[in-house]
Design a binder for this molecule. Structure first.
Ligand SMILES: C=C(O[C@@H]1C=C(C(=O)O)C=C[C@H]1O)C(=O)O
Length: 424
């Protein structure tokens, strides 16, 4: 288990016992204000190409920059440790919040590792720009340095090379998974692959965000710790006592074989069964922490620019002492949308058949605030950016009846959003 932590700007002070605050302890101001004429593009306001923080959908959400505090950890219990660290950081702040909405006040952007030994990242930005219900607001911690905005630059030419598995290698792994399904070991398993991209110039994360947000407005476009993507899948959103989750599984695209239209997808028994496992895993995890939970019997088609998914929107009312958004996200992860069913057997099959380290792909990514509210998508349709190198990921749910060649093609279609954003 490793941990590294840093706090930039004024160091967050721990709150001493009442009456014992040393005269040298100075809480740092965290001020949230409404911006009366704030109607501009959130992503367009980010001033620098890297260290970008974002979680936006349909023009609303949060973007952040500057690091007031950062934590990178590996090992078990990452979500709990990040929540405790965030509480500690907030202890050193004097919070004034005139907005008092989900996401106002200090927030931590968080990207968890897929496995315990994958690194998790959390950042409390010194500046947040947010919009919710048409109200735009900003949160500043301390006095963030003013710097002239750097113009957005395209990454230039992009060259791709296979990751751990070529498309043909991936089809082979799918065949092996089908044999494990036929043997009765698992009902569903999600197998992932990666692809490497090299760009002419260092990638400006804002270049990707702007294109992803424009092309996929119904998705959650995110950036945390260099992981940039546009996810169609909301793992969990907690606003007060209301909890929602958008569960996806089952995919079709123009030119795909079999279920290539929404109507065909809605009647494909292979896709419906694949979807059912994912919905059941979310309902099972939310059941114990909700007073009411509405789970539609029938999914609806979610049409995106590159493909269509089967989607189920689950809504509930949390019990009074329900966990915060990050703890809820950790308890849901991995759903059968990115793991499989039964969960433990699927994880074992993934470890055996998937020669890809997922790092933070397919794990919760989002933000939490000081009230326990937050939004966590599943980190899908993404690339991990590091200078001129980008690692792209995609995976597909395999059930009895899956066709290896079609799944290999589906993995390529799922990489299109991030490829087009890089090349655009
Ligand atoms: C695993 C991914 O996507 C998941 C798998 C899906 C499927 O197999 O039909 C659909 C949506 C996601 O839940 C991915 O995009 O990498």
């Amino acid at each position: 288990m490793t941990a590294s932590r840093s706090a930039t700007g004024s160091a967050p002070a721990r709150r001493p016992a009442p009456g014992t605050r040393p005269s040298t302890t100075r809480p740092v101001d965290a001020v949230t204000r409404v911006l009366p004429d704030g109607t501009g593009d959130l992503v367009g306001a980010i001033p620098a190409p890297t260290g970008v923080l974002a979680f936006v959908s349909g023009g609303e959400g949060l973007v952040g920059w500057g690091e007031h505090a950062r934590l990178t950890i590996t090992g078990p219990g990452a979500a709990d440790r990040i929540a405790a660290w965030f509480a500690d950081v907030v202890d050193g702040l004097r919070v004034r919040d005139e907005v008092a909405a989900a996401g106002s006040g200090p927030v931590a952007f968080v990207s968890l590792g897929f496995e315990d030994d994958d690194e998790s990242v959390a950042v409390v930005p010194s500046v947040v720009l947010g919009r919710r219900g048409g109200v735009t607001f900003s949160t500043s911690i301390g006095t963030p340095p003013l710097a002239a905005p750097v113009p957005v630059r395209s990454p230039g030419q992009v060259r791709y090379s296979d990751g751990a598995l070529s498309a043909a290698g991936y089809a082979g792994a799918v065949r092996a998974a089908l044999a494990r399904i036929a043997a009765g070991e698992v009902d569903k398993v999600v197998l992932a692959r990666d692809l490497h991209a090299r760009t002419e110039r260092p990638v400006d994360e804002r270049h990707l965000l702007a294109r992803l947000a424009a092309g996929y407005p119904s998705c959650w476009t995110y950036a945390v710790g260099g992981l940039v993507g546009a996810s169609p899948e909301m793992l969990v959103r907690r606003h007060g006592r209301t909890v929602t989750s958008r569960v996806l599984a089952g995919t079709a695209w123009p030119g795909g074989t079999g279920a290539s239209s929404s109507a065909a997808l809605m009647t494909s028994s292979k896709n419906l069964s694949e979807h059912g496992y994912a919905v059941a895993s979310v309902a099972r995890a939310l059941g114990p922490v909700t007073e009411t939970l509405a789970v539609p019997d029938v999914p609806h088609p979610l049409v995106l620019a590159n493909l269509t998914h089967l989607a189920t929107d689950v809504t509930g009312t949390l019990i009074a002492d329900a966990p915060g958004a990050l703890a809820l996200a950790a308890s849901l992860h991995p759903t059968a949308a990115v793991g499989g069913a039964p969960a433990a057997a699927a994880r074992r099959v993934i470890r055996e058949l998937e020669p890809v380290r997922r790092t933070r792909y397919a794990a919760p990514v989002g933000w939490l605030d000081t009230h326990g509210d937050g939004e966590f998508a599943i980190a899908l349709r993404c690339g991990q950016v590091s200078g001129t190198s980008v690692r792209l990921f995609a995976g597909c749910g395999i059930v009895a009846g899956s066709d290896p060649a079609v799944e290999a093609r589906e993995s390529q279609v799922k990489m299109l959003p991030i490829r087009e954003a890089l090349e655009g």
